[in-house]
Write a protein that binds this ligand. Structure first.
Ligand SMILES: Cc1ncc(COP(=O)(O)O)c(C=O)c1O
Length: 345
């Protein structure tokens, strides 16, 4: 059911887009019950009518993804690595005891929304896509739901961060722990991170560097990004584990870095190694990688009372070179040799 109201597109200032506050005219809704997904429906973006007893609101059975669509240089609409996002949402769903979302249902929703709101993509150049699934059994018993809604929203967006970031190493609170749901893109992971992040922001930091929950001495990831460092010219990033979200940007960055002849190490990374390297000059860059943030330089890292600033290497930085390469692929300005872009027809 397409919107019969006039589009909101002309009310939006596309030169100044806040992240995640403006939504396109439509959304896609698909429902799960009797062990199957219904056909998806394109409906006007707007309120949903829900029972206050739905289990997502009480027990947090909610998972989501964050991905992007791009307008290619040749005018086509593309989605960046939707197959990888489909696989990851299914990993998250399995861990939260939620039903699998077939890749065909996922792809169909993307196709429908991007085609319906094509004008928004043309105007913005990129859309942030938010697929999410939540439990809708109207039941207060603690058990996995039997009914769910899968919804897809789209936002025209600009950059998530507009300047290099000041990070604080978190050593009191944990984002995830062994045996938990850290590797899943589960809503509850973010709920638990909000309070420590606010404390850090009140102290003047932009984001946290999460560390392992048992010793707080190994770097895991940041709030919305995986973490990369350049140590003696080698790109070193924490190895994936059950406590880290396996970022799709992380995977793209590592792939491009290897192709550019940069040595890559995925291994355990101690906070002390970064701190010592910053003191000695062995660590020349630390940056975050994520869909919303893309690649963003860290300007400083604070551990306890000690703040270490990182030099701005500008165009010469490895982060910038990888960013440029990735950006050109996303915009169709460079050959997509990895098959990362799915063209919407
Ligand atoms: C906690 C966390 N880590 C890492 C990432 C980066 O993942 P991706 O590159 O797939 O966006 C994100 C963003 O989705 C995130 O929320």
């Amino acid at each position: 059911m397409k919107n019969d109201k006039p589009s909101r597109i002309n009310t939006v200032d596309f030169t100044n887009l806040p992240f995640g506050k403006i939504f396109t005219d439509h959304m896609v809704i698909t429902r799960y019950s009797d062990k199957k997904w219904s056909d998806s429906e394109v409906v006007p973006y707007g309120p949903l009518e829900l029972m206050p007893s739905i289990s997502a609101l009480h027990y947090g059975q909610t998972v989501f993804e964050g991905m992007k669509a791009f307008l290619s240089k040749d005018g086509s609409s593309t989605i960046y690595r939707p197959d990888a996002h489909s696989k990851r949402i299914n990993k998250s769903l399995a861990r939260l005891d939620m039903p699998e979302l077939p890749e065909a249902v996922f792809m169909d929703s993307l196709q429908k929304l991007i085609n319906t709101d094509a004008e928004w993509l043309k105007k913005a150049g990129q859309l942030y896509l938010r697929p999410f699934i939540f439990a809708t059994d109207p039941y207060l018993g603690v058990k996995s739901s039997e009914q769910y809604i899968y919804a897809l929203l789209a936002c025209p967006v600009g950059p998530y961060y507009t300047k290099p970031l000041n990070l604080k190493v978190e050593t009191t609170y944990s984002r995830s722990a062994s045996g938990g749901v850290g590797f899943a893109k589960a809503a509850g992971n973010y709920a638990g991170s909000l309070y420590p992040t606010r404390l850090a922001q009140e102290a003047g930091f932009d984001q946290l560097i999460w560390t392992d929950s048992s010793t707080h001495s190994y770097i895991e990831e940041s709030g919305t990004m995986n973490i990369m460092s350049i140590i003696d010219g080698t790109l070193v990033t924490p190895e994936l584990s059950e406590t880290i979200l396996a970022g799709i940007t992380r995977d793209s960055v590592l792939t491009l870095a290897r192709e550019m002849g940069i040595k890559v190490e995925e291994r355990k990374l101690k906070v002390a190694e970064i701190v010592d390297g910053l003191k000695s000059g062995k660590v020349t860059e630390v940056f975050g990688a994520g869909t919303a943030a893309t690649i963003i330089r860290f300007a400083s890292i604070t551990e306890g009372e000690n703040k270490f600033t990182l030099p701005d290497l500008g165009e010469k930085s490895i982060a910038q070179k990888i960013y440029d390469e990735l950006n050109m692929i996303k915009k169709g300005e460079k050959a997509d040799t990895h098959g990362w872009l799915k063209v919407i027809v």
